[in-house]
Ligand binder design. Structure first.
Ligand code: NAD
Length: 484
């Protein structure tokens, strides 16, 4: 099976922060892949805009380097790279001054989709949005794309929303959460709403609990300064994990349309109970094998920021009351893995005797590595040894299921950028969703600030602090082992 490529309309895509890390690591490689797949129209134009004093030749070299570093070998092809570069140009521009704006106003074309990707720190959003309007570069159909973090708390998120709203309508604003662009995340909606099999069981009567794990093996790396201000709760839970929780918990939307889907997600966030202090565990990784501890990495011995958090979350509505969601995320864990596990209840009675303790069915949605869906079911062990039960996986790895010709599964950024060009906001967060998520998170963080307790230390290469295991054990449950 070969993925179908649906053409998009001609566009001018301006990437502010066009020499930055995100642009080089994610945005240009994603655009190159779309070009390579044949999706980019002939008259599409990509304009990198930033403060650096570089010319087109240097910019093109930067793009070649980015492709050489981030694109797999089989997709790198000299003709395609040169063809892609023909779409790309550079403009020196200062978000805070007048340099470059006249040139940009002259560069964008009438009659094509105009999209502006703000791949810069949020403090520049207001000035960029304002200048796009003053110079009449943005029109009523233009799209503006903004990156995480969207605010540091409810107050700053509201202020950012208000700033953007001064210059753009909500239907023009695309707040990226790249988790929503992942193939498996969208498949979660397909599995739920395009099959009859799961939906009747998708509730607290049949589901015991849900686990969402996002584990990384790396430490804070080069992002120490940002991370120490944010912590796992702001960096992962407020956005990515909340979005996953919403997609699992939401009611079927009436259509796969932007506001229909986002209305349902918002209802889930509003149904979240406040989290009790005993339902949260925070952790900080320790030093090991010559690698520094968290406080070494952020060069702040007093830091109380969490590099790990586990929490039990209750969704108070008819569907989910009684089936908790357990969330955990951390750095320097055993494996790099992201998954959602829907753990069903045990059958009410075992007819196969005590020697055949039954294991619950588990539906595992794997986001990485090896995206796919796995359903664990109990069957009879083959052979003449009587009725002995074993648990086996019904496994669907997308790569295996769709065959070797399917090519690489598109990266989240590829899909999301093309959705911006198509004008489809389904996989982007709406302003009220982001604010509702902060309104739920803020009191949790405020309590940590008040009590001044320190996160629990944990050994790198494991599953986080001991207390996180207890969070499950005390409820008679256990985390699935973190393994790739
Ligand atoms: P960066 O510091 O590497 O790049 C910043 C870019 O902004 C540079 O191109 C710089 O020239 C440009 N710039 C700065 N001031 C400017 C001005 N006054 N006028 C014009 N251009 C100016 O930052 P980054 O890591 O690429 O991050 C960009 C945004 O994406 C940030 O909001 C960040 O939080 C977000 N983000 C980054 C990552 C990542 O992996 N890098 C991941 C998620 C979100």
């Amino acid at each position: 099976m070969v993925f179908r490529v649906i053409p998009v309309d001609p566009f001018d895509l301006v990437i502010f922060g066009g020499t930055g890390d995100l642009a080089q690591r994610k945005i240009y490689p994603a655009l190159y892949r779309r070009y390579h797949s044949g999706q980019m129209p002939e008259d599409a134009r990509i304009i990198g805009a930033a403060r650096s004093e570089i010319g087109t030749a240097e910019f093109h070299q930067m793009l070649r380097d980015s492709i050489a570093t981030y694109i797999e070998e089989e997709t790198r092809d000299a003709d395609a790279i040169e063809g892609f570069l023909n779409h790309c140009s550079y403009l020196r521009l200062d978000a805070r001054g007048e340099d470059g704006w006249r040139e940009l106003a002259e560069a964008v074309r009438p009659g094509v989709v105009r999209a502006f990707y703000l791949s810069v720190g949020p403090r520049l959003f207001g000035e960029l949005a304002e200048r796009l309007n003053i110079w009449e570069i943005a029109d009523a159909d233009s799209r503006i794309v903004v990156e995480k973090p969207f605010g540091h708390d409810l107050e700053t998120a509201r202020a950012l929303n208000a700033t953007l709203a001064q210059h753009f309508h909500e239907h023009q604003i695309y707040r990226i959460d790249h988790y929503l662009g992942k193939e498996t995340v969208q498949n979660l909606m397909a599995v739920r709403f395009a099959n009859m099999l799961f939906e009747p069981l998708w509730n607290a009567r049949n589901v015991d609990h849900i686990q969402i794990t996002v584990a990384e093996t790396v430490g804070v790396g080069g992002r120490a300064e940002y991370y120490d201000r944010a912590g796992a709760m702001r960096d992962m839970v407020q956005n990515h994990m909340m979005q996953l929780l919403c997609l699992i918990a939401m009611e079927p939307p009436y259509a796969f349309e932007p506001d229909a889907v986002r209305d349902e997600k918002l209802k889930v966030i509003r149904a979240l109970d406040p989290v009790l202090p005993e339902d949260i565990v925070r952790g900080q990784y320790e030093a090991e094998d010559g690698q520094g501890s968290y406080v070494d990495d952020v060069e702040n011995p007093e830091s109380r920021t969490e590099s790990f958090v586990a929490l039990k979350v209750s969704v108070s509505n008819w569907r989910w009351k009684g089936a908790p969601f357990y969330l955990r995320t951390g750095k320097r864990m055993r494996e790099r893995t992201s998954e959602i596990a829907v753990v069903f209840k045990d059958p009410p009675h075992s007819i196969f005797g005590e020697e055949n303790a039954q294991k619950p069915n588990v539906l595992v949605i794997r986001l990485q590595p090896n995206e796919g869906i796995n359903l664990r079911v109990t069957i009879k062990e083959p052979g003449p040894g009587g009725m002995r039960l074993v648990e086996v996986p019904l496994d669907m790895s997308f790569k295996e299921a769709l065959g070797p010709d399917a090519g690489e599964i598109p990266d989240a950024y590829e899909r999301l950028i093309m959705d911006v060009i198509r004008g489809n906001q389904t996989l982007f967060m709406r302003g009220d969703e982001v604010e509702a998520a902060w309104a739920w998170i803020d009191p949790i963080i405020a309590r940590w600030d008040n009590v001044r307790d320190r996160p629990r230390p944990y050994q790198p290469g494991g599953s986080g602090p001991e207390d996180a295991l207890m969070l499950m054990h005390r409820d008679g449950r256990r985390w699935r082992e973190v393994k790739a």
